[in-house]
Design a protein around this ligand. Structure first.
Ligand SMILES: Nc1ncnc2c1ncn2[C@@H]1O[C@H](COP(=O)(O)OP(=O)(O)O)[C@@H](O)[C@H]1O
Ligand SMILES: [Mg+2]
Length: 258
């Protein structure tokens, strides 16, 4: 399987604080790859290093075959147009309509006509399950779930093969979160996406994620499928999957398997 992202011996230091000691991970084509870990374990920082918002203090990051430490300005620009990003906070520009929000990258990176841009925006809104009429509204007029969907439409507007999501279901009620998870899974198959997702959400981990890396003590303490992760004795993993909700899911999984 094709390697889409490779991180090798990543060290990240902020002042006196070491966030990553020696992080190694590989994301393959077509995977929904989860990044788990306690609050402050460096998940978002890792994501920022994958999308060139931050350079690690040491180590190599390769995305779509490009060594991010060695590429020039033009190569970096073209690479940026090949992935989409959905951040945890500040998902949309509040002073722009939904349509203008979703169109932002098309205006930045292409010379398409306004009519074509409008058509693309409408099709992306439909793709994420929104009525294209929503395009005329402002973010403040939308529900939390709709805001996330608009942000997703914006992330997909350049038809990327790679999608980065930072805690996409945080702040959503359980029903909206489950609907969003379902949408992500459908779009992965439909669009042939590879997805890297930072998440805390037990339901997302059980329903959506194929493979994951668990960060702890500045390293990846376990990498693999859910079954593989659950075999680990690492205290964070024991604690994280030791809660009642996770326990119930693990029991259900065992029942299904037997
Ligand atoms: N730009 C920065 N400058 C200084 N410290 C930072 C910076 N970005 C993140 N950190 C620190 O690095 C640690 C990891 O942060 P982050 O990656 O956001 O964690 P997570 O997403 O796992 O909760 C935190 O202690 C945070 O305060
Ligand atoms: Mg974070």
């Amino acid at each position: 399987m094709k390697e889409m992202i490779k991180m090798r011996h990543i060290h990240t230091v902020f002042g006196k604080k070491t966030v990553h000691e020696d992080v190694n991970l590989t994301v393959h084509e077509g995977e929904i790859y989860g990044i788990l870990g306690g609050s402050g374990s460096g998940k978002t920082t890792l994501l920022r290093e994958m999308i060139m918002l931050l350079r690690p203090s040491k180590g190599v990051v390769e995305v779509l075959g490009h060594d991010l430490g060695k590429i020039g300005y033009k190569e970096a620009q073209s690479l940026r147009s090949r992935w989409g990003v959905l951040f945890q906070f500040g998902a949309l520009f509040t002073s722009l309509t939904v349509e203008e929000n979703v169109a932002v990258w098309l205006k930045e990176y292409t010379s398409l006509s306004d009519t074509t841009i409008r058509q693309i925006v409408r099709s992306k809104l439909k793709m994420v399950g929104l009525d294209p009429e929503v395009g005329r509204l402002y973010p403040s007029e939308l529900s939390g779930g709709m805001v996330k969907r608009c942000a997703l439409a914006r992330a997909l507007v350049m038809d990327p093969k790679l999608l980065f999501l930072d805690e996409p279901t945080s702040g959503l009620d359980p029903v909206s979160a489950e609907a969003f998870d379902e949408l992500i899974t459908q779009l992965r198959s439909l669009l042939g996406l590879t997805i890297v997702m930072v998440t805390h959400d037990i339901d997302t981990i059980f329903n959506v994620v194929d493979k994951m890396a668990v960060l702890g003590d500045g390293r990846v303490v376990a990498e693999g499928s859910l079954e593989e992760i659950l075999k680990s004795d690492h205290p964070f993993i024991r604690r994280f999957f030791g809660g009642n909700r996770a326990k119930a899911r693990i029991e259900a999984m065992k029942m299904e398997a037997s």
